[in-house]
Unconditional design. Structure first.
Length: 239
C-alpha cells in the first residue's frame, strides 16, 4: 500500500524561508562584528583608515539590523495569519463534525431511554399478537417528536428519513432486516421522552392494549453506532 506523503501548507514553506534568511543575516552580522575586532588589532593601519573602516562596518551592521527587524515583523504577520487560518480550519472542522452527527454518520453517546417491544402470548388466543413495522415506526416518531437527537432500532442507526416496512413476518428498516425482540435506543432527555411515551391514551398504551409488551427505562449513557446505509437522493437536488 502506498503511503500518502503529508502535505505542507504554503504558509509553512514561506515561514521556513524567512527563518533561513534571518539566520543568514544573523551570521553576516556576527561575521561583520568579528571583522571589526580583527581589523582594530592590526598595528599597520593608520588611525584615519581604521575610523573609515569602523564607520563602514557600523553602517553595514545597522543595515543588517534593519533588515532583520523588517523580516521579524513580516514573520509576525505570517504567524498571525497562520494562527487565524488554523482557527478558521478548526471552526470548519467542528461544523463538519456537527453535520456528520446530525446526519448520523458518526457514533454518538449520551443519556436517553431504551424501549423494548416484544410479543406476549395470550392464553386461549388463536393468533398471538406480533410486532409490526407500523408499531416500531410509531414509537420512533413519538421519540423524534419528543426531543430524541439520535435513534437506533435493534442496533441499526436510523435517521428521520428511514422508512419501516413489513416483509412477511419481518420488519425492515431502510435496507436492514430487524430481528425480535425489538429494542429502540434514543438519546435525548430521558425524563421528557419517558413521560411522553407513558401518557394515558398514548401510542404505547395502544400497543399494550392489543397484547404487546412495552418496557421503557431510562439510561444514563447510551452509545449508538454510525449509520451504515446509503445516502442517496434520486429526485432531489440542491436548490
Amino acid at each position: 500500500m502506498l503511503m500518502r506523503r503529508p502535505q505542507i501548507a504554503s504558509w509553512q514553506v514561506t515561514l521556513a524561508i524567512f527563518l533561513v534568511l534571518v539566520g543568514f543575516l544573523v551570521v553576516l552580522q556576527l561575521r561583520a562584528g568579528r571583522t571589526i575586532r580583527r581589523e582594530v588589532q592590526l598595528p599597520t593601519l593608520r588611525v584615519r583608515e581604521l575610523a573609515v573602516l569602523v564607520r563602514q562596518q557600523e553602517d553595514a551592521l545597522h543595515a543588517l539590523q534593519a533588515e532583520i527587524a523588517d523580516l521579524r515583523a513580516k514573520m509576525g504577520e505570517y504567524e498571525s495569519a497562520a494562527a487565524q487560518g488554523r482557527s478558521s480550519a478548526e471552526t470548519l472542522a467542528r461544523e463538519v463534525d456537527s453535520y456528520r452527527m446530525v446526519l448520523g454518520l458518526t457514533p454518538v453517546e449520551g443519556p436517553g431511554v431504551i424501549v423494548r417491544v416484544s410479543e406476549r402470548p395470550i392464553p386461549g388466543a388463536v393468533v398471538a399478537p406480533s410486532v409490526q413495522a407500523g408499531d416500531l415506526a410509531g414509537l420512533v416518531n413519538e421519540l423524534w417528536s419528543n426531543g430524541a437527537e439520535a435513534l437506533a432500532v435493534s442496533g441499526v442507526r436510523v435517521l428521520a428519513t428511514t422508512g419501516f416496512r413489513q416483509v412477511e413476518d419481518s420488519v425492515v428498516a431502510g435496507i436492514f432486516r430487524l430481528d425480535p425482540p425489538y429494542e429502540i435506543q434514543a438519546i435525548g432527555d430521558p425524563a421528557v421522552m419517558k413521560g411522553a411515551l407513558n401518557l394515558r391514551g398514548g401510542f404505547v398504551e395502544g400497543l399494550r392494549s392489543v397484547g404487546l409488551m412495552v418496557e421503557i427505562r431510562e439510561s444514563a449513557r447510551l452509545r449508538l453506532s454510525a449509520y451504515r446505509g446509503p445516502l442517496r437522493y434520486r429526485f432531489g437536488r440542491p436548490g
